[in-house]
Design a protein around this ligand. Structure first.
Ligand SMILES: C[S@@+](CC[C@H](N)C(=O)[O-])C[C@H]1O[C@@H](n2cnc3c(N)ncnc32)[C@H](O)[C@@H]1O
Length: 225
């Protein structure tokens, strides 16, 4: 089983202090939504976001959308050997069922996650496919109880991904951290949860590219592919 934890995920509701900004109210009105109940999205709220702390990392729900589509559709997930967790920049935790069929369309994805923030589970009734809670990263890691934790970052030690995955395949309960945000290094508090920080390519790659490559190499290393 591979535990894949997306860290510092760029996923949050519009912060209260910019909820009255014209770019937020205009878009919310157009969609018939309450401005404080919509996801922060740089493509819609760029001007309102300019003075937010860590603005360069925020307002990109499309990144975790793509990463989850890659992961949920993989043979590894279909064989029940992938556990997916999403931890956000604000320490919200989403636990994702392997059975989840995520909308491909980004508008429908945003609406689904807005519903999750409002009622803390999706769907609201019956077996949950995504649950929502507040948890520190160290508590999330303690719950996973990994045998080894690897952070993937372009600032890590250079390693071949196939060698790394051979090592992960030999572990009883490996945990890999991937940053689901657009720019910048991982926070020190994230890196300190890892036993090793690894770079798999000489430049920064998109998070969903790293996700699909990791899963494919892990499938090969475990004889699934
Ligand atoms: C767009 S990058 C963030 C940029 C940042 N410079 C970085 O790599 O830490 C999103 C995520 O993809 C992963 N990533 C990107 N490039 C990588 C690389 N060369 N090696 C390992 N992981 C990488 C990391 O988990 C990173 O947090």
């Amino acid at each position: 089983m591979l535990n894949l934890l997306f860290v510092e995920s760029s996923l949050e509701l519009v912060p209260r202090k910019i909820a009255r900004h014209p770019s937020v109210t205009r878009n919310a009105q157009r969609e018939g939504k309450n401005p404080e109940g919509v996801l922060l999205d740089r493509s819609l709220h760029h001007h309102a976001m300019l003075n937010l702390p860590e603005a360069e990392k925020r307002g990109r729900p499309d990144i975790i959308h793509f990463c989850l589509l890659e992961a949920l559709g993989s043979p590894l997930n279909k064989s029940g050997k992938l556990k997916l967790l999403v931890h956000t920049l604000n320490s919200d935790l989403l636990e994702v069922s392997p059975e989840l069929r995520l909308p491909r369309d980004c508008y429908r994805f945003r609406s689904l996650i807005e519903q999750l923030f409002a009622v803390k589970r999706v769907p609201p009734e019956g077996t949950p496919l995504i649950t929502f809670s507040r948890k520190s990263l160290s508590d999330v890691k303690a719950d996973v109880h990994p045998s080894r934790t690897v952070a993937l970052t372009s600032h890590g030690r250079a390693r071949k991904l196939n060698n790394l995955c051979m090592d992960l395949a030999a572990e009883t309960n490996p945990l890999v951290l991937i940053g689901a945000y657009p720019n910048g290094p991982m926070r020190e508090e994230t890196l300190k949860e890892a036993d090793e920080a690894v770079s798999i390519y000489p430049e920064a790659l998109e998070a969903w590219v790293v996700t699909s490559r990791l899963i494919y190499e892990y499938e090969k290393a475990t004889g699934l592919e």
